[in-house]
Write a protein that binds this ligand. Sequence first.
Ligand SMILES: Nc1ncnc2c1ncn2[C@@H]1O[C@H](COP(=O)(O)OP(=O)(O)OP(=O)(O)O)[C@@H](O)[C@H]1O
Ligand SMILES: [Mg+2]
Length: 233
Amino acid sequence: MTNNDILLHAEGIHKTYSGKTEPVNVLQGVDIAIHRDDITAIVGASGSGKSTLLHILGGLDRPDKGTIRFRKNDIAQMDDEALARFRNRNIGFVFQFHHLLPEFTALENVFMPGLIAGKPMPEIRKRAEHLLDETGLKDRMDHRPTELSGGEQQRVAVARALMNEPEIIMADEPTGNLDERNTEKLLDLLLALKTKEGTAIVLITHDYRIAGITPSVYELKEGKLTANKVNHS
Ligand SMILES: Nc1ncnc2c1ncn2[C@@H]1O[C@H](COP(=O)(O)OP(=O)(O)OP(=O)(O)O)[C@@H](O)[C@H]1O
Ligand SMILES: [Mg+2]
């Protein structure tokens, strides 16, 4: 691995929530480098700041201090509109609760990011069908989220995250609500997609067993991130 393989580089990230309550110093100088084609797990106790960090790395939220470089772009410096466009084209998100749009079918949910990107309908429909096929949902394309199982909903969310061929997928506890069989299925899917589509993956999990199968593992504790296992073979 060389510096040229670094896709996302965050340095000196600080984040404090201050509202009506006592300020919460969640991130206190976090540094992380995500490599291309890598799968990185971030573990940590509940409340340690994993979701906060993922949202900041993915440009869904802003740090109080620090830089986040995605290739040459400092995403912390972009205005809201530029950032939204950047996210749509470069980053795919998978959340713990799938966040699918209930009034749309699986197919429509998957092609939505393509529609937002302004791509032509025949092209996005074809890609969405292909992705649903790849994720084992060929026969469920016209189902709405409530007509899908939890594992199927999460696979639709993965397909949607891949729609615009992002360079990185950010997944926040994507298996948090799945049983063991579906957890395994979703992980296999993510690993296969990483190989096939060459997408980097950042996987947040509090399941240390899952972290055991990824090459890089970081632990978030007391506002700092430490490398637990880095095995770039
Ligand atoms: N908007 C907010 N305002 C104030 N405090 C917040 C806010 N969002 C999160 N927090 C606090 O910041 C801390 C980190 O929250 P975060 O959601 O990042 O944790 P997490 O590691 O993802 O936890 P979990 O594993 O339970 O999802 C928590 O203690 C939480 O209470
Ligand atoms: Mg969380």
